[in-house]
Design a protein. Sequence first.
Length: 78
Amino acid sequence: MIKSSVVAAKEKRPQDWTAAEQLTALQETHGLAGEALQVWCRERGIFAHHLTSWKTAFCAEGKEPASGARELKILKDE
């Protein structure tokens, strides 16, 4: 039974990771570099660029839209 859950976890696609799992991954890999980071990623079936894109997405969520985007929204509402 345990083996099948480990295999299922390794076969999980990066786009199937929940936001909570992505955040945990970012926390676990903070400070890792080089071969250590590659080993961590390989064990979980992802690449380092997935971590980078997840970090970018988390950081971008709290930001306000650019003024051009705000103006476009106002025009659409009108």
